[in-house]
Write a protein that binds this ligand. Structure first.
Ligand code: NAP
Length: 286
């Protein structure tokens, strides 16, 4: 007979992440550290849910009584369609990354953009209010960032993306503030954000982690350069930007801060940020 893990019982409240792939996720380590630190009888699991089944998984969470659900790639749009109610931000992005159960109702939100802005403010000392920003990329994360920078009062947001049609979708989230631009526009930006997957480590191709999403000649002192890629933690872009005198913000902060926001949405408690940071750093892939 096996002994149950200390603290787990029939009344333990359950939170989880759904995604595919999800085995690399840092979220169980981050949230379980936070629940333990605050003394909450909650546990956080990871479910690998195949593409096309995200909506079913969200609906199942209602039946199973899961109180908090994180949603990651590729299920954010399916989750937006499956919840009973979504925040204005989640509706604008057509993407939900955080589901809460309120009685019988599932409420969807998107904490990616606010998590990014919290990281800029708290980790980089940068307030977007009145600043000129340049976002590289126009995928799901880039769109969340464009919307959050506009909400935070950015005066200009330039979107640079390989595929122009997607860039138009991102720009439409911040009318009158965002426009499509080119890499060279970065020379005039206060903030440059890499929200593409360029620079991410790949097990079969070490060269990939050395690629830059922009010519570093456009970056320099007086700028903040943020990368949302966090594997490696210090990307080639951040190294190049720091060597040219820019202030850099690592991508792990966005992950930790969006988790902190979800923690508070689910539990009503302030998030133990330092412990969440430590758990994230401890569990980073080598
Ligand atoms: P996505 O929706 O697939 O978007 C990928 C973006 O990268 C698109 O703009 C795509 O351009 C661009 N891109 C990819 N390969 C490229 C290449 N070779 N050349 C030029 N552009 C390229 O993915 P996502 O969800 O936005 O995620 C983007 C990255 O952010 C991933 O690395 C992800 O792990 C990371 N992320 C981090 C956090 C965090 O908390 N730190 C949160 C979310 C995501 P096209 O439109 O032209 O294809």
């Amino acid at each position: 007979m096996t002994t149950p893990a200390p603290g787990l019982s029939a009344s333990t409240r359950v939170a989880a992440v759904i995604g595919h792939p999800v085995r690399h996720s840092l979220s169980p380590a981050i949230f379980n550290a936070a629940f333990a630190a605050v003394g909450l009888d909650w546990a956080y699991l990871a479910f690998d849910v195949a593409e096309g089944h995200g909506g079913d998984a969200v609906r199942a969470s209602r039946i199973l009584g899961i109180d908090g659900l994180s949603v990651t790639m590729p299920h954010k749009a399916a989750a937006a369609a499956a919840v009973d109610q979504a925040s204005d931000r989640a509706l604008a992005l057509d993407a939900v990354n955080c589901v809460s159960r309120r009685g019988d109702r599932l409420v969807g939100d998107n904490t990616d953009g606010p998590g990014f802005v919290a990281s800029l403010r708290l980790d980089g000392g940068f307030d977007p209010q009145g600043t000129r920003c340049l976002v590289l990329g126009a995928g799901g994360a880039a769109r969340a960032i464009v919307l959050a920078l506009a909400e935070a009062g950015a005066s200009e947001i330039v979107v640079v993306n390989r595929t122009e049609a997607t860039a138009h979708v991102a720009v439409a989230l911040a009318p009158g503030i965002a426009r499509i631009g080119v890499s060279g526009d970065a020379s005039h930006a206060d903030l440059v954000v890499n929200a593409t997957s360029i620079g991410m480590a790949h097990p079969d191709d070490p060269e990939r982690a050395r690629s830059l999403p922009i010519d570093a000649a456009h970056l320099g002192a007086g700028q903040v350069v943020a990368d949302i890629v966090y594997h490696p933690l210090r990307t080639a872009l951040l190294d190049a930007a720091a060597s040219r005198g820019a202030t850099v913000v690592e991508g792990l902060g966005m992950l930790v801060h969006q988790a902190a926001l979800a923690f508070t949405i689910w539990t009503g408690e302030p998030a133990p940020l330092e412990l969440m940071w430590a758990a994230a750093r401890r569990n980073l892939p080598t």
